[in-house]
Ligand binder design. Sequence first.
Ligand SMILES: [Zn+2]
Ligand SMILES: [Zn+2]
Length: 863
Amino acid sequence: MANSETNENIDKSVTPSGPSAELNQQRYNPAELEPKWQARWDADPSLYAAEGHDCRKPKFYCLEMLPYPSGQLHMGHVRNYAIGDALARFMWMRGSNVLHPMGWDAFGLPAENAALKNNTPPAQWTLANIVAMRRQMRRMGLSYDWATEVTTCLPEYYRWNQWFFLKMFAAGLAYRKKSKVNWCPQCQTVLANEQVVDGRCWRHEDTLVEQRDLTQWFLRITKYADELLNGLDTMDGWPEKVRTMQRNWIGRSEGALVDFKVSESSEKISVFTTRVDTIFGATSVQLAPEHAVAKSFAAGNPVLAAQIEEMLAQQKAAREAGDLGAIEKHGVDTGKFAINPFNGELVPIWVANYILADYGTGAIMSVPAHDERDFEFANKYGLPVRRVIVPNKVIDDSQALPFVVEDDATLANSGQWTGQSCAEAQQKMAAFAKANGFGTATVTYRLKDWGVSRQRYWGTPIPMVYCANGHAGIDPGGVVPLPESALPVLLPAQVEITQQGGSPLGRVAEFVNTACPVCGGPARRETDTMDTFVDSSWYFYRYTDAKNASAPFDSAKANYWFPIDQYIGGVEHAILHLIYSRFWTKVMRDLGMVQNDEPAARLFTQGMVIKDGAKMSKSKGNVVSPDLMIERYGADATRMYALFAAPPDRDLEWQEDGVAGISRFLARVHRLTMDNLNYSGDTVGSAPAAEARLLRTLHQTIGKVTEDFSGRWHFNTSIAAIMILVNEIDDAEPLILTKRISKEAVEEVFRDVTLLLSPFAPFLAQELWSKLGGEGAVFRQPWPAVNSELAKETEVEIPVQVNGKLANVLRFSAGFVADVLNSEDKRLIELVLLDEKVKSRIAGKTVVRAVVVKGKLVNIVVR
Ligand SMILES: [Zn+2]
Ligand SMILES: [Zn+2]
């Protein structure tokens, strides 16, 4: 809808502008006026600086996600920043104390790749890219307070990653364990589960992730699993789709752990089940190939050992193919038995290729009558199927199997629990297991602890050493945390990057070899570095106190600014960054550093920028460079187009014609304003209706744009409304040039159009503001207020029906219609009955009654 309307508006701006265009000496030239204002703004950093906490203005923390410094802004950045920038400018104009910072997520793999390719040290490459991108951001006119800039690869920042790591280690939140890890052969490093997408690396969409066993550092995010989950219910300012993604990721399920003893052995098998009420229907126990009990069986059974090896290979292949769910399920009977603790029954123990060691306990009880997968497996191998749940609504047990319902169903063939409802039995049976020492009610999560070790050079060194003497009591492996006074552990500068054979830091003897801080004996430093998502988990707190050299930030400052009032970024961060940073906030709260439970009160996820129907990417050759657009059309037109071409939450198809159209529109605003600058002297005659109409559209537009900022951010319709207003000014120009519209009205119109445009096209708005005689920065002026009297429609159209059929549409003054509605006044009906068309419809009939419906319709009933 907005499109057809706006295309028309753009098209209108293509038409020759008439004689006044020639009168205008100064044409719109963004290549000249934009750098001019940029230089002036750069010279005055206080323009975009936040004020002190005692300024008595409401605070507003407006934040866009910080970029990785690749060296080039792309259109996705332009869109993200144009949204945040418009909002920041609007909030300044509305009288808020605005914090609008920017920084660099500066550690990560591309710097190492570039180092390999160009033989440039990662630090040099990264810092040069930052310079280039900062220049682009300034050229775009983005209103960042550069005094609060944060660069995560600098020691002044990453030392606090190390500091947090030590705090977490002391609190038991950072620990080491050997585990199966995702390994990207391309990155040559470990990936977190969150960084594996469909079995592939999140950075390398065409690279299958492998499984390896490594000892790694983990952060205990699962400690906060319930809080991370429950918090989502109250986060109304976050998109529902993000909250749903996080809920699914956390994946809480309630159930029970039950121990099955291995017959004729001291071993036991602990199974997790969400349906303990079906345990009398268990006809086998199934183990993951890596389960300890399976391994002990295999120790004396070479045939089984070979079968287990084969199953492990199948799992590895399936993981690497990215689809474990699609594995062809099969298993082998170990010939051993387990004892069902609820009825003492012996059930066969199988090893199956679809049971995963790292999911639940790595063992399940198989209940074919009441589980699809177990049913399929039992049919394949001829295992017994025993019904223990029956639906309440049928008396017989002919209901087809498997029957997986638990609501409105009852236990059968289940000893003392027969006849209980599923829900009741689930609770009582878990309690029974606990009372008898063979199980307990429990909750499991899909969410796993966050593996943060990376075998990378370009990241934060982990502040731990391994003492040759070992220190029982600190860590059996001799792990010793460094004291805070030893921070920062600096990344060595000259490191050969090969991306082979583990962390490059391991080959730097001066780095690796150190003294143990406890005993002074020889020790080795940890050579892995931290996942770069650590950097982005708390960077936005640092903005509130970016220069602090004695703490990550001052709590008083963070508590003033937090939570972030509006966070803006891509939905691709719904799981990784947005869960990690929620976790980090809770850890900092528990350390007494902040008061807020969640980092951001509101989150907005903008759509992608696409071209020719696909996401812009180098490989598709459909990348449009922001620099090129700015060179051709100016920064104002480029950013305004990014806001105009689609609602901000939808994907935007980049079309250069559209940018050109916006540029022509801005040129028209420029021309109209310049043409009418020199209105002086008295009004000659008057055109009251035209003036009222112009002011009406102006104030309706102010109302619409103001509402869009507070509501759904449909900046596309805001900008379309400004275009309609400008069309009306254009239409009224002959009356303005001949001074038949008052000087006051003309001044108000041009001043307010300039203010309305300033969040979207800040350079042009600043230029016009100064031409109009305004002082200071345009975005520090008060936002125009709606005059609701002027905004009112003066005439309203009233359809008149006779016996429900439209007879005519009549126009009345709005004030009159409002008047007659407020009383028993019959004047409106009297006037309607005088209309010729209405009269002809009711000729020869009797008016039974006439009704005014909500000031919108008159209905006359005749007979
Ligand atoms: Zn990778
Ligand atoms: Zn020691």
